[in-house]
Design a protein around this ligand. Structure first.
Ligand code: NAI
Length: 385
């Protein structure tokens, strides 16, 4: 039987352990914090009970999955792992120590992976003596429910490592996409304007939170509006991701964070978890009414959409991932109603270029520059598909 070791029994680690054990792997999950290990073990038991109650799996299967997962404070159990996935705090210094220790405690051919969302894999790989066996395997939260996994080879990664990681993840019932080791990979890069442009629209006083959310959901078909989603993710988390992406892109204005969100974080308005974010989540609070004006709604939707399309086109232009993988990443990693490149074809490449140039003309900000790929395609009369 194949064996996975997971380091870090937090939100992601425990989800990854469940995914692998469900696919029949033996799993060891390690954390430095014994309380976390105990809590995670209890919560995994509850998750399994719920799956049995909902008749998604039977009791015998649930028992087998739980039997396959061992919780330990002791790293020596990593010894005969085929794969190790690190899912500890997002801190380079701490990761460095952990990766140096992992390599000493596993076989020479064990594949070693990181679930990092925002750190460079080339940097993490450099902590290993043999980085050719190292790779990024990026899950989405909650790992057992989200079908997408981004596979990110570092500069040092061997092709065989990438192939093996992809095969294993597919055997765990995950849809894999291949992304270049660049900030935000595919999803967290391409999705920036969903938040950023919405915040900008709000800051320009074009519409309030509720109206923007209404437009994106009702007219755009997105499952959640940007403000609802930021409240759900937590403004502190979402802000830090935006800030990290902005810094990592050498301060490209396209990724500039917003003062509105910064002030929300400073005020402690973190979203659902603090009871107050863009919306009030206290008991009995009324949700503000949106202005259901279709003309205004389309203005909001199309401005945000064209910025998302531009980001997706630029990711393709810069060879971050393939056309298919960019569309799969956004529909399966963040539930977009349609792939953005497919959406671009539907709206028309000419429409996209005209809309972006219109924004650029109006604001004269680099943020609104049209991707050279869209411009080139428009000239050639081409489509993505
Ligand atoms: P978390 O805070 O829930 O869990 C981290 C766990 O690591 C904690 O239980 C902590 O005790 C443990 N830990 C810290 N230092 C350790 C060490 N030296 N050895 C062993 N265990 C140690 O964090 P979360 O949210 O699960 O994130 C983990 C990683 O996954 C991060 O790199 C994050 O960027 C990434 N990620 C997070 C996603 C999310 O939505 N939360 C989505 C995708 C990736």
């Amino acid at each position: 039987m194949l064996k996975l070791s997971v380091i870090g029994a937090g939100t992601m680690g425990i989800g990854i352990a469940q995914v692998a054990a469900t696919a029949g792997w033996d799993v060891v999950i390690h954390d430095i914090n014994n309380d976390t290990l105990e809590k995670s073990s209890v919560s995994l038991g509850k998750v399994m009970n719920r799956l049995v109650e909902k008749e998604k799996i039977n009791q015998a299967t649930a028992d087998k999955i739980l039997e396959r997962i061992n919780f330990t404070e002791d790293r020596q159990y990593f010894e005969d792992s085929d794969l190790v996935i690190e899912a500890i705090v997002e801190n380079m210094e701490i990761k460095k120590k952990v990766f140096e220790a992992i390599e000493k405690s596993v076989r020479k051919d064990t594949i070693i992976a990181s679930n990092t969302s925002s750190l460079s894999l080339a940097s993490i790989g450099s902590f290993l003596e043999n980085p050719s066996r190292f790779i990024g395997i990026h899950f989405f939260n909650p790992a057992p429910l989200m079908p997408l996994v981004e596979i990110i080879p570092a500069m040092q990664t061997a092709e065989e490592t990438t192939r093996q990681a992809k095969d294993w993840l597919n055997s765990w019932n995950k849809l894999t996409v291949l992304a270049k080791d660049t900030p935000g990979f595919i999803v967290n890069r391409v999705a920036r304007p969903f938040y950023g442009e919405s915040l900008r629209i709000y800051e320009e006083n074009i519409a309030d939170f509720a109206t923007i959310d209404w437009a994106m959901k009702e007219l755009g078909g997105f499952r959640m509006g940007p403000f609802e989603l930021m409240d759900f993710i937590g403004n502190d988390i979402n802000y830090v991701v935006t800030e990290t992406v902005f810094q990592s892109f050498f301060y490209d204005s396209r990724y500039r964070p917003s003062f509105t969100q910064k002030r929300m974080v400073e005020a402690g308005f973190l979203g659902r978890k603090s009871g107050q974010g863009y919306y009030d989540y206290s008991e009995g609070a009324n949700k503000p009414e949106s202005i259901r004006d279709e003309k205004l709604g389309n203005k909001i939707l199309y401005r945000t959409l064209v910025m998302l399309i531009n980001e997706a086109a630029d990711a393709l232009f810069l060879n971050i991932a393939s056309r298919e993988d960019i569309d799969t990443a956004m529909t399966k990693g963040v539930n977009y109603p349609k792939g953005l490149l497919k959406w671009a074809d539907e709206k028309g490449i000419g429409w996209c270029v005209e809309k972006l140039d219109g924004l650029y003309e109006e604001y004269r900000e680099d943020r609104y520059r049209c991707s050279p790929l869209l411009r080139r395609m428009n000239k050639g009369g081409n489509t993505f598909y």
